[in-house]
Design a protein around this ligand. Structure first.
Ligand SMILES: NC(=O)c1ccc[n+]([C@@H]2O[C@H](COP(=O)([O-])OP(=O)(O)OC[C@H]3O[C@@H](n4cnc5c(N)ncnc54)[C@H](OP(=O)(O)O)[C@@H]3O)[C@@H](O)[C@H]2O)c1
Length: 296
């Protein structure tokens, strides 16, 4: 039995689709979902449902009954009162379930930055999550992407209306990226493979070495119109997030994460690409994902 968390999220939804399509039926799939109506009728027919949040120990326990594998993702939650507390509120029940039930393999979404990132907000909390999960002794793969290309989708309205997106990352420094489809493909592959053991990070670093300015040039070419990056400060980004309703703690975490990326370079030029696990180029992603979204 494979348990999949966040089946309605941009990563989890694609992990679920890939596991259902590639699975041979030998491994039934159970999803933990807060609102089953957000799954398609076809998906609901093909999975077992456990309703609730995977932060709820009783829900997680029920979902993991008889399960040997789990796809794990801590959701981004701008309303959280504490970044570390938020990650722990999800991860502590997982560790209890691993220790008390028969879960053998965990595949989770984490991040690049181990050994380098310091005071990096959500990135530091995610790396601490890996350490807590690995300490249970479960077989564990931490999927480690840098910046998701899909982050740009949050700015399609501004790209569409004004030909501009706002960026708190330094404009002239390389920022490595990865497409959600590559994270999902690797997650599904690992969930369907029961030969791996122990703990390892799985870096997912796309082929590009573009700065935000270089990304804007690619976006301009693909959309066939001028598109530029508007540099904003980390403080401006933080103010925007609290303006949209994020807590002070969550917005500070994002600010710390951006500052750490700008100054510590762990999503930067020195990271080698991993063509086997992250083959999608930024240009391909723009053609296939951003262009239709920006038109819509
Ligand atoms: N963005 C980046 O550049 C980047 C880089 C590295 C790593 N990451 C990691 O990637 C992950 C992002 O995942 P994503 O893009 O798939 O997120 P997403 O699209 O925002 O999806 C969030 C999912 O979590 C569910 N959810 C939200 N709050 C919940 C709660 N309290 N209890 C249970 N479920 C809840 C949502 O379900 P509902 O339908 O119920 O709302 C949805 O399925 C994060 O873990 C982040 O740390 C991101």
């Amino acid at each position: 039995m494979i348990v999949i968390t966040t089946p309605t999220g941009q990563i989890g939804r694609e992990v679920l689709a890939r596991v259902l399509d590639a699975g041979d039926g030998a491994s039934p799939v159970r999803v933990i979902v807060r609102d089953p109506a957000r799954l398609s009728p076809r998906t609901r027919e093909r999975v077992e449902l456990v309703q609730g949040s995977h932060a709820d120990p009783a829900v997680l326990k029920e979902a993991c009954e008889g399960a040997d594998r789990i796809f794990w993702l801590v959701p981004p939650t701008p309303g959280a009162d504490s970044v570390e507390g938020h990650f722990r509120a999800f991860t502590d029940p997982l560790c209890e379930v691993i220790e008390g039930q028969g879960v053998e393999r965990v595949v989770a979404v984490s991040t690049l930055g181990r050994g380098v990132a310091e005071k990096a907000g959500q990135i530091s909390a995610s790396l601490a999550m890996d350490e807590a999960i690995a300490a249970t002794g479960v077989h564990y793969r931490a999927l480690c992407p840098p910046s998701l290309m899909e982050n740009l989708l949050r700015q399609t309205a501004s790209i569409h209306a004004e030909g501009v997106w706002s960026e708190a990352l330094a404009q002239d420094r390389v920022v490595r990226t990865c497409a959600v489809r590559d994270v999902a493909a690797e997650a599904a592959r690992l969930l369907l493979d029961d030969s791996w053991t122990g703990y390892a990070d799985v870096p997912l670093v796309g082929p590009d070495t573009l700065s935000p300015e270089g990304m804007a040039r690619v976006v301009s070419e693909v959309l066939d119109r001028p598109v530029r990056v508007r540099q904003i400060t980390v403080a401006e980004l933080k103010a925007r997030l609290t303006g949209f309703g994020a807590t002070e703690a969550w917005a500070q975490g994002v600010a710390d994460m951006m500052h750490a990326q700008n100054t510590q370079g762990f999503y930067g030029a020195t990271r080698p690409s991993t063509p086997d696990t992250a083959p999608t180029s930024f240009r391909q992603w723009c053609e296939e994902v951003l262009k239709p979204a920006a038109r819509g």
